[in-house]
Design a protein around this ligand. Structure first.
Ligand SMILES: [Ca+2]
Ligand SMILES: [Ca+2]
Length: 207
């Protein structure tokens, strides 16, 4: 009897002991903040990565924009004859293209770089260009009635081209920067694209 009793009493402390252990473990788990930082970081990590990528992209965008500007400045400084590099026989347009490729070629798709040129008789014509309208939509303004010579100088001011001796040429360089950062494209630019543009006005030297 005693033995039985004793064995019964022996078993009783086991249950409270187990419960106490379990309670202790659970309390320790609840109080343990060791992994909290990792869990908290996982909540903000995605946002943080977006911000970092956004900053990198913003910097790249500014670099490319500055390079377009620098390339036009260089090209207008290098020379104002139709050919900038006499030996290589590079035109202004080719010089601008080469300079941009040298500076930021690996960062952009050079095929998407667009260089326009409009030719004017003189600087006055820049502020008062002729009216050119491709009425029949054939891609030129050579058809009757498509050109109104506003300043009456017989020169088609504002036409596409690099002009000849003494002409004033406006080079417009543009690049469609497609935003890589998700979500930001919805708020900036046109449908996720920012058009970077730079202008250069060059007066061709007499040649
Ligand atoms: Ca036409
Ligand atoms: Ca004119």
């Amino acid at each position: 009897m005693w033995k039985h009793h004793a064995s019964g009493e022996d078993q009783r402390p086991h249950r409270p002991s187990f419960l106490r252990w379990r309670g202790l473990i659970l309390r320790r788990l609840r109080q343990d903040e060791g992994g909290a930082t990792a869990i908290e970081f996982s909540f903000i990590a995605i946002g943080l990565f977006y911000i970092i990528i956004g900053i990198v992209e913003f910097a790249m965008c500014i670099t490319v924009g500055n390079s377009l500007e620098a390339a036009t400045n260089l090209s207008s400084r290098l020379g104002k004859t139709g050919y900038v590099d006499e030996q290589a026989q590079l035109t202004q347009e080719e010089t601008i293209y080469a300079e941009i490729e040298r500076r930021v070629g690996p960062m952009i798709d050079m095929d998407k770089l667009d260089i326009d040129h409009e030719v004017y008789n003189d600087f006055e014509s820049l502020t008062n260009p002729d009216i050119l309208e491709d009425g029949n939509g054939d891609g030129d303004t050579d058809d009757p009635g498509e050109w109104t010579d506003v300043d009456g100088d017989g020169f088609k001011d504002g036409a596409d081209g690099v002009g000849g001796s003494g002409s004033v040429v406006v080079y417009r360089i543009s690049y469609p920067w497609e935003l890589m950062t998700p979500l930001i494209g919805q708020f900036v630019g046109d449908d996720g694209t920012i058009t970077l543009t730079a202008y250069s006005v060059v007066k061709n030297e007499p040649y």
